[in-house]
Ligand binder design. Structure first.
Ligand SMILES: Cc1ncc(COP(=O)(O)O)c(C=O)c1O
Length: 491
């Protein structure tokens, strides 16, 4: 559960007494913090861990992962819908979450051959693994067939490189569907087989009697977080499954992908205020809230602002579980009569999903050491961190959650505004694009914590430019010493 952040918390560091204070944006976006995050930020050994493992350091807790899985499983159980949750591990590379998926009876969604090898190596049975790799080469498909892993097929060419009939293994497949009609509009995608083409595709290229390629059902994954789009897509997929069954295919699985929403912030008001103020700044009506007045997807023209926010919607009004329940309770569209849960149950369809971000909500924090401060001629202060921008980034233009400062209590009570900068050599290298208020001013050796980074922020863009080492990943559950995740343990 979200825990409000006090103005400051005390932390006895290994060397001296520290306090934890919010590092607010000039327009604040206050994070919610899981209980373990508050405890860890105040942990007496935190600076020692950063000394030992390097900066930045990724810290993880597995407890919220189990809670997140449980909350989705409870929703499905309440509706009487059989559900297999398959953790999309592209969102975080740590093997501890794969181990936890195994322990919790979940599956895993893999996006590459290496992810597959590691997941099988962790003991996940092949039948609980789904491969959704965007590019599927022969060796990956062979590997899937060998281990009974389900493959999501995107196009006819993939069937050409599927294991040949002479191999003893059959390949379990789901067809990925795209091009659903929602509110009179077709949703385009670079993935999948167009809705209209799915049945002709199956009729032409697959054989219901084949033991070589076994069509087990359908899959989709949608961009964005719209429940209404999922309701339309599930309804339309049910019609396709009906038709495939009429044609003799077993087709008893529907995999609805990921995209379950995550809320990172305490207040919708702060989120709305940020965008109102940012719009004013882009129109030149107030000082900038972002580095070099970065638009975050918006551009000013005349007296107006155009474009779309190119960031994750960091404030979300509902939990993943509520969102999921709303979908299952919704009346099906496309001339079906019952709720989606009714329609799934009546057909004996196994529902599968592939949440990444939503299972990792509350599971991680990134901690970096302050290296230097620089006062610029325009009055901004740049606080240099021992990390680079790839270590807290997703496809979103910015990570729009205020960090926290763990600072020696005798630090200078000087107040300033400015940015967190990183270790790449470019002028654009800021860790966060949003302008922050430094109160007090961080000192070299202080720590900055970025909360809730486990979903995509840590690993999705991380890279070793300049030969910087990758951040270490620790699991910090319980009172024991933190342990290094196996992904970082070299044999
Ligand atoms: C096919 C597929 N499944 C699942 C996911 C996970 O999505 P999310 O982390 O938003 O739940 C993705 C993300 O890109 C995806 O491409």
């Amino acid at each position: 559960m979200p825990v409000p952040l006090p103005r400051s918390m005390s932390a006895a560091s290994a060397h001296n007494h520290c306090q934890v204070v919010p590092l607010q944006g000039v327009a604040p976006l206050t994070p919610w913090l899981a209980p373990w995050m508050r405890e860890t930020l105040a942990h007496p050994q935190l600076s020692r861990w950063v000394e030992q493992w390097g900066s930045p350091l990724n810290l993880h807790s597995l407890a919220p992962f189990a809670e997140n899985v449980g909350s989705l499983q409870n929703v499905a159980a309440d509706f009487g819908v059989p559900l297999l949750i398959q953790f999309a591990r592209k969102a975080n590379k740590c093997l501890s979450f794969v181990d936890e998926s195994l322990r919790l009876g979940c599956g895993v969604d893999v996006a590459s051959e290496r992810e597959l090898q590691q997941t099988l190596g962790a003991g996940l049975p092949g039948e609980r693994i789904v491969c959704t790799a965007a590019i599927k080469e022969r060796s990956l498909l062979n590997h899937c067939a060998q281990h009974g892993v389900t493959v999501v097929i995107d196009n006819a060419d993939e069937l050409q490189v599927a294991p040949s009939v002479s191999t003893p293994h059959s390949l379990r497949i789901l067809l990925r569907v795209s091009g659903f009609q929602v509110a009179g509009r077709k949703l385009g995608s670079r993935f999948g087989i167009d809705f209209e083409e799915v049945v002709p595709f199956a009729a032409e290229l697959l054989d219901p009697a084949s033991t070589h390629l076994r069509l087990e059902g359908l899959h989709f994954h949608m961009d964005g977080y719209s429940a209404d789009e999922r309701i339309a897509a599930i309804s339309q997929s049910l019609l396709l499954l009906d038709e495939l069954r009429r044609r003799g295919f077993a087709a008893n699985v529907l995999d609805i992908g990921g995209g379950f929403p995550v809320n990172y912030l305490e207040s919708p008001d702060q989120w709305n205020t940020f965008w109102a103020e940012h719009t004013s700044a882009l129109l030149g009506r107030r000082t900038s809230l972002t580095y070099r007045n970065h638009g975050l997807g918006l551009v000013a023209g005349g007296n107006k602002v155009f474009g779309r926010r190119n960031v994750y919607p960091f404030f979300q009004p509902c939990t993943a579980a509520d969102w999921f329940a709303r979908i299952l309770a919704a009346p099906a569209t496309s001339h079906l009569k019952g709720t989606l849960a009714d329609e799934l149950r009546q057909r004996n369809i196994q529902l599968r999903c592939e949440p990444g971000r939503a299972l990792l909500a509350g599971c991680g924090m990134t901690i970096a050491r302050v290296a230097h401060r620089k006062h610029t001629p325009n009055g901004d202060v740049l606080v240099g961190l021992a990390m680079n921008s790839s270590q807290c980034r997703t496809g979103s233009d910015d990570f729009m959650v205020d960090p926290l400062l763990i600072t020696a209590s005798n630090s200078e009570a000087q107040v300033a505004e400015g940015y967190l900068t990183g270790s790449y050599c470019t002028e654009a290298e800021v860790i966060l694009l949003r302008k922050l208020r430094f109160d007090p001013l961080p000192q070299p050796g202080d720590l900055v914590a970025f909360p809730n980074t486990a979903g995509y922020c840590m690993h999705f863009r991380e890279c070793q430019a300049h030969q910087f080492p990758l951040a270490a990943n620790l699991i910090v559950d319980g009172d024991q010493q933190p342990t290094l995740d196996r992904i970082d343990v070299r044999a």
